[in-house]
Design a protein. Structure first.
Length: 558
């Protein structure tokens, strides 16, 4: 072995030790990748280095870190030829010299524009599986020796182990932090039944905990089954109003219950609106389903402003948090529905009570156990009672109208016979009071089982109506008496006057004193009858007086 070879190996060993020391001193996988691509170009005497990680979601390699190349070159659609990619996937390195001249894939123009001449592509392995690619690039033609390739493979293995170890460390640290935060956030979202407060807590707390740019929550609308944005943080209104995401491939997958991690959001086909994503500065997205039990009710999205490969613990935490939030959201939704229902019921009750209070009838609602559960204002004012004195009381204790035994009570009849009835009731008043007539209408209200749930009793005071009817009857009777008296007087007057005239003529012809006295008596009685017929013709009223038994006699008045 020549002295130059020994020096080369010594240099490689020194580089290997330095890289190993550096990558073992940090535990963030992103920092590991950034460190490797920044230090390797100088140590390996190349112009650029990139690391890409294998994304099982898209079955492709996504950029993890880079140094020495442009964003345009990094965004190319094809990394390398099919032969090179096949070699890497089988765990073998691949090198190319005069890359621009031998390039055959669709992104060759970008390669030429970047000035890349030689490449060394190395698989990053972990437990026998390819987890990424380490690529070293030069802008001058370079033949990579077997020693350089072997050394680079050793470095790639170290990078793979470093990324794996840092991920494991980060996972453990995250598990501890996430368990603590999960408890705190769960307590917050379950401490209220206000939906807006729950949503606000989630979108405010999660971004700070996971160190991401923003968070959005979309819930499925029950009527349209479309996702509606209900809460967001860390994002502009322009981005939030970019349009519907219902047809994104990532949403289809999430609504099937699968979390979706997107590393390169500006180019990933599983999301739409790449221009809006680029303008907002979003690099990576994590989408998880929001569940309530087994039902998916929405989606939660976490968005970063730096490329981020979400770890298993981060995804699990987001999924768990979304499930916990889903339960709280559904409870708040149910509470909101119940509150709205109660408000509607109260509004309907107020509306119904207003209608009932506007009625001139006295109104009561009675239950099957004959207790009063509702009365209107007219009843309270008539009875001079307060509502608290009536509601819940036995029907027979608070109603003034005539009652019989409970079994024969009209309310009980309606519950038994299940049909409406009408009753005319008279209450004879005591000293100093007026008697009262009531017309009572009792109507059954049926429930779903076709049984009477309530009886509504509407009571109308018809005392004035009854008095008016009695007055009308008296007037009719008076008119009949007057008409009869006038007719009788008219019929009696003609024969009476004829008899009086004849009697007076006969008296003048009589010579016997006794006969004259008798005739004077007759004439006097005929004159009395004449006065009576005159009174009958001028009669304006009459008075009834009790006579023998049930007989009554009438005294005429003028």
């Amino acid at each position: 072995m020549t002295s130059s070879s020994r020096q080369k190996e010594s240099d490689y060993l020194e580089v290997f030790q330095e890289v190993t020391r550096l990558i073992s001193s940090i535990h963030d996988p992103q920092q590991v990748m950034d460190l490797v691509v920044q230090r390797l170009p100088q140590l390996m005497e190349v112009d650029a280095a990139t690391i890409r990680l294998f994304d099982t979601g898209t079955n492709s390699f996504i950029l993890g870190a880079s140094c020495g190349v442009s964003d345009e070159y990094l965004s190319r659609a094809t990394i390398d030829s099919k032969e090179v990619m096949a070699s890497l996937m089988s765990g073998r390195p691949a090198t190319k010299t005069n890359f621009a001249q031998t390039c055959t894939h669709e992104s060759c123009t970008l390669v030429t524009r970047e000035g890349v001449k030689s490449t060394m592509s190395l698989p990053i392995m972990n437990k026998g599986e390819v987890t990424g690619i380490l690529r070293l690039l030069t802008k001058v033609s370079k033949e990579f020796s077997e020693t350089e390739i072997n050394f680079a493979m050793s470095l790639a293995e170290q990078v793979g182990m470093a990324i794996c170890n840092s991920r494991m460390f980060q996972e453990m640290q995250n598990q501890v932090d996430f368990l603590s935060e999960l408890r705190n956030i769960s307590q917050l979202v379950n401490s209220t039944l206000e939906l807006d407060d729950i949503l606000g807590t989630i979108v405010d707390k999660l971004p700070k905990l996971l160190e991401v740019k923003g968070c959005t929550i979309r819930l499925l609308h029950p009527a349209t089954n479309r996702l509606d944005l209900v809460a967001a943080s860390g994002l502009s209104d322009t981005y939030l109003k970019r349009g519907s995401i219902n047809r994104e491939d990532s949403i289809f997958r999430v609504l099937k219950g699968e979390p979706v991690s997107i590393y390169d959001a500006t180019n990933d086909p599983r999301v739409n609106y790449h221009d809006a994503i680029r303008e907002e500065g979003i690099k990576s997205i994590l989408v998880v389903p929001i569940r309530n039990g087994s039902e998916i009710i929405g989606v939660l999205r976490l968005l970063t402003d730096e490329h981020h490969c979400f770890s298993a613990s981060e995804i699990n935490f987001a999924v768990t948090m979304a499930e916990e939030s889903g339960n709280a959201i559904e409870k708040a939704r149910t509470y909101r529905k119940i509150t709205l229902l109660f408000n509607q019921i109260e509004e309907h009750e107020r509306f119904l009570q207003t209608i009932l209070d506007s009625l001139w009838l006295q109104l009561l609602v009675v239950t099957p156990d004959q207790r009063v559960i509702m009365v209107n204002r007219n009843f309270l004012e008539t009875r001079k009672m307060r509502e608290t004195e009536i509601l819940g009381q036995a029907y027979h204790k608070i109603t003034p109208w005539r009652q019989t035994k409970k079994a024969d009570c009209p309310v009980n009849r309606v519950f038994v016979e299940q049909k409406a009835i009408t009753i005319l009731d008279f209450i004879e008043a005591g000293a100093g009071e007026e008697s009262t007539w009531y017309e009572r209408h009792l109507t059954p209200i049926f429930g779903g089982d076709h049984k009477v749930d309530f009886v509504i009793e509407a009571v109308k005071d018809i005392t004035n109506q009854r008095l008016l009817e009695q007055e009308q009857m008296a007037r009719v009777k008076l008119e009949g008496v007057i008409e009869m008296a006038g007719t009788a007087a008219h019929e009696l007057n003609s024969p009476l006057f004829a008899a009086l005239g004849t009697a007076q003529l006969l008296r003048d012809d009589l010579t016997s004193v006794e006969m004259i006295d008798e005739m004077d008596t007759i004439i006097r009685n005929l004159k009395v009858l004449g006065d009576l017929t005159r009174d009958m013709a001028e009669v304006t009223g009459f008075e009834e007086r009790e006579y023998v038994g049930d007989t009554k006699i009438v005294t005429l008045t003028r």
